[in-house]
Design a protein around this ligand. Structure first.
Ligand code: EPS
Length: 384
């Protein structure tokens, strides 16, 4: 079983993560984890906090001499900003003026009622997208596990505000996305997206958008249909929806196929050199909850961030009177960062499904299971 968990407050001492279920003998590349963390911190539209943090992971357990031991892997990322706000956030002595004016669109209000907190800081600290730094670190480990099977995962931004990138033809150019300030493959759209972010910043406002994640190398048969929770599309949708500000998820051409006839919507089969492929990939690589061997394509749509420098109408929970929402330091647009987090969530979810199907206690055993399964699947298609 592959599972993970994170803990940590946005301005607390550190973020902590544990991943359990990686096989023994997997080479761990910490530099690659730190590269992922740097990508998540970047992207045009970030606020002042990212000038303070320089996220780096420390491995605490489960790895020796650069290889996994088969025991749980524990990671920590320290929050540099903690040193500036110790009086507020010290786990034993922290305190201060309560925040009492909930931001529309944020977890502030619902969380206060849920946990019966009178200080909204007790809600916002965990609700903050800061915790996604640890998701990215764990996701990079999951990506290194998926590499055993030849799987690659790439995320890119397809929309910021009203600016849409031109649709990709083929797979995205990873180097171009990495060098784009907004992680967008379309240079023309990139310029407009940057202008759009500048405009929102000047207006004291925020922006949402959309990103796409493309996965290649997933063999047919990952996922399942025995129970609702086995379905790969459902699992990926839940994983992406768990990212702060995501309000919609699409698999393949999910929105478009809802408007056309069946004769236009489905991906016809083509026989090709002893194997079978598809003329199109509108299903986004998943049919009936099971990967069909084509690239997996998922998209997530994000609402604008809830912290506005020109705050929306709210109420003061301390007095019961009308009041503008609390204003705290924040970002203008985090869609580029979200595309990195989206990659991580897809990696984590796929790692769980790969471990279910091909899992083993050591990398050698995993490779044996995978090779046997691949040979069995090829025999279904062979007609000699
Ligand atoms: C966030 C508010 C900002 C963001 C933060 C998420 O933090 P602060 O209140 O410290 O300025 O920068 O994101 C991160 C710290 C991060 O690492 O992504 C929020 O309220 O969700």
């Amino acid at each position: 079983m592959f599972r993970y968990m994170t803990a940590g407050e946005s301005h607390g001492p550190a973020l902590v993560g544990i991943v359990d279920g990686l096989p023994a003998g997997l080479a761990i590349d910490v530099d690659a984890v730190n590269r992922g963390l740097r990508l998540r911190q970047g992207g045009y539209g970030r606020g002042g906090r990212m000038k303070i943090e320089q996220d780096e992971v420390e491995v605490l357990a489960g790895v020796r001499g650069g290889r996994t031991l088969g025991s749980p892997v524990a990671l920590v990322i320290r929050n540099r900003d903690y040193e500036n706000v110790r009086a507020l956030m010290d786990p034993l002595t922290g305190g201060g003026e309560p925040i009492t004016r909930p931001r529309p669109g944020h977890a502030d209000y619902a969380g206060a009622l849920k946990y019966r907190h009178r200080d909204l800081r007790n809600v916002l600290e965990r609700a903050s997208a800061r915790e996604t730094a640890m998701r990215v670190a764990l996701g990079e480990l999951a990506r290194q596990y998926l590499a055993v099977f030849g799987v690659t995962v790439v995320g890119h931004v397809v929309q910021i505000g009203e600016v849409r990138a031109r649709p990709l033809h083929g797979r995205p150019d990873i180097d171009h996305i990495a060098s784009s300030a907004v992680r967008c493959a379309d240079p023309e759209a990139e310029t407009k997206m940057i202008a759009c972010i500048d405009e929102a910043r000047r207006a004291g406002d925020t922006l949402g958008g959309a990103f796409e994640v493309i996965v290649s190398g997933v063999p047919a048969g990952i996922g399942g249909n025995r129970q609702p929770c086995d379905r790969l599309d459902a699992c990926l949708a839940a994983a992406l929806m768990s990212i702060q500000t995501v309000k919609a998820v699409e698999v393949g051409e999910g929105m478009w196929v809802s408007e056309v006839r069946g004769s236009q919507a489905h991906d016809t089969f083509i026989r090709d050199a002893g194997t079978v492929r598809r003329a199109t990939n509108r299903a986004g690589g998943i049919e009936g909850g099971i990967a069909n061997g084509e690239d997996i394509v998922v998209r997530a749509r994000l609402k604008p961030i809830a912290t506005l420098m020109r705050p929306l109408a709210s109420v003061d929970l301390a007095t019961g009177g009308d009041a503008p929402a609390a204003v705290v330091r924040s970002d203008v647009c985090t869609v580029p960062a979200a595309s990195v987090i989206g990659e991580a969530m897809v990696c984590l979810e796929l790692a769980r499904h790969f471990a279910d199907k091909y899992g083993g206690d050591s990398v050698e055993e995993v490779r044996e299971h995978f090779a046997a399964s691949q040979a069995g699947a090829a025999a279904i298609l062979r007609k000699d």
